[in-house]
Design a protein around this ligand. Sequence first.
Ligand code: KIV
Ligand code: ZN
Length: 524
Amino acid sequence: MAAEPDRVLIFDTTLRDGEQAPGCSMMRPEKLRVARSLAELGVDVIEAGFPAASKGDWESVQAVSREVQGPVICALARCTREDIELAARALADAPRRRIHVFLATSAIHRQYKLNMAEGEILRAAIEGVRLARELCEDVEFSPEDASRTELEFLAQVVEAAIEAGAGTVNIPDTVGYTVPDEFAELFRYLRKNVRGIERIRLSVHCHDDLGMAVANSLTAVVAGARQIECTINGIGERAGNCSLEEVVMALKTRSAFFNVTTGIQTTRLYPASRLVSSITGMPVPRNKAVVGENAFAHEAGIHQHGVLRHYSTYEIMRPEDVGLSRSHLILGKHSGRHAFRERVRALGFELEEADFNQVFEEFKALADKKKELFDGDIEALVLRVEGAAAGPWTLLGLETHAGTEGPATAKVRLGHADGRLIERSAQGDGPVDGAFKAIEAATGVGVMLRKFEVRGVTEGEDAQGEAVVYVEYNQRTYRGSSVSTNIVESSTKAFLEVINRIEQAAAGTRSRERAGTLGSASAI
Ligand code: KIV
Ligand code: ZN
């Protein structure tokens, strides 16, 4: 008789390692939205942030701890008293919490990054885990760059961390260097040579520098890992982390091979992927496994013929299994609340009543401009609810003039939350450039435009255009996006969202400075 499948825990680090990816930083309300969607997805652990990295990170971990029910909420800390205490304080309100302490162990990191000898690393790891255990029952330890650490020394550190009280030991392939056979061997070595390893949960954490993060994570499961650290859409440092949707669907689709289960509601994968992509502005490649636009599209005639006969000829998963419920049902201005609600649900989104009412109003307004609304239009409306950085500025009016002769002109009318009404005009190289310059003049915030993209969210002549703007301001990257059937309007609103984010960040810093909530923040 086959053994009962073991449960593999899914530890999501989208809000920590994922957010470390350039251009993927999220504001607190956005992090909360992602955390709620991860809870609905059924992840076991949410790594909500690295509280010592910044005040914003600390506050986000605290907000997730207070507001998100279900999964264990985890915070990352270096093996220092300050980091560990900050993590414990940020997690204090979480009903289930974990402190994740890490310390690099490889010779390269010991020599060039830490300037510490093996003995010092051992002592710091033990002290870090012990202190974390004093403040939190559930402690995870990661020897950073484990895959490039001498095996004997790695085994020594892991054994010491277990003795000091770690309940989970995570083995990171920090630089995405290992290959499946070698990594499986490393896990087998640790299981054979580390005293007490049978008492703890072994975890795996892979980066995708050589495109093997998912394969390396799966091989670790075969070799005994029972927790996988991963991110939605595989976002993360450099080439990213192990992609949650890919690793989960591999375990599910090939369950007879792996003989393990996860607690993931796979029908929530697609909505979670769209949400993270829309919030971070990191597009999902069309051909991405599991959640890419083409993942279930069959172009070749011979494939289409086979799938029509029976889906199993060319499909190893069903689109519905991952929450991709494409329909040819088109909604329009005569569609009622009920039909709209059903479509929103079929697309995998659950909205609170107030949010639903707001999206329904926007749907009606859009249906007045656009004859037919496709799934992509509805998704864009739902993903934007409470997504846009709210205020302080609102666009009250926009006029542009552009032609082939001479510069374009744009006039914007803005309202500020403090009651100011400001109108400014500017010339530019095209109406969008003019509108951006007019907004800078009206708000007094000058930025460096780094990237500007417009793409259609659906097909057709009256398709909506999503504009995404990236700017640099005070050495930080800010991003804004907006959707409209008029791309000058969506571009202008996306730019104004950037200005709002800058003003919100500045206001947050000022109020925290006044309240003196935290000491100075440090980066990794
Ligand atoms: O990649 C890595 O080593 C990490 C650790 C902090 C777990 O992210
Ligand atoms: Zn990592």
